[in-house]
Design a protein around this ligand. Sequence first.
Ligand SMILES: Cc1cc2nc3c(=O)[nH]c(=O)nc-3n(C[C@H](O)[C@H](O)[C@H](O)COP(=O)(O)O)c2cc1C
Length: 181
Amino acid sequence: MNTLVTYWSQTGNTRKIAEAIYETLSCEKEIKPFDEVVSLEGFDLTFIGFPVMKFGPPGQAKKFIDTLAKGRTIALFVTHATLSESKDPSQQDMLEKELNRCRAACAQSDLVGMFHCQGELSEKIANELHASGILMLMEFAAWRPNTIGHPDHQEIEQAQDFALKMTTLRRATQPGNNPPY
Ligand SMILES: Cc1cc2nc3c(=O)[nH]c(=O)nc-3n(C[C@H](O)[C@H](O)[C@H](O)COP(=O)(O)O)c2cc1C
């Protein structure tokens, strides 16, 4: 099985997850940022990673998926500043909507799974949001202390578990492989 791990990462969080996924895979594999990928031809499974931006997938991800991932078997990994699970219903609802927008961007692909976790909101970005003077963005900037250190060890391990599950699932559905029942 031949697997590609590809990503777009502005401040390094999604890249960290991409590298952890790549490291744990034991099949034929490649890792490349979006801008070095010209085709997904020849890959049985492609892991596609990006951060949530402005409540959904960033333009770079939408463009990559639209131009290269149509009809391809893909798994997503996404980082975001909000908690992965919040007791605050409005926060949880916002995250679910963001993740649904990421899934919706893959409507023309064979999306087999999705992993997501928190990623640190960088100091530079938080300062820019704070300086914008826009209340909503300033509130977002104030969230930075809750994001520091993410993705952490546990999230990295969870991403690796996810990647192994996805490759096992993909192997089982490849032509010529009889399912184990
Ligand atoms: C311009 C911008 C917009 C963002 N919008 C959101 C958002 O809507 N929701 C969210 O949870 N995180 C948001 N974030 C936080 C990032 O998703 C998070 O920090 C992510 O881990 C960054 O990944 P990266 O280091 O791979 O670029 C935003 C970050 C930036 C820079």
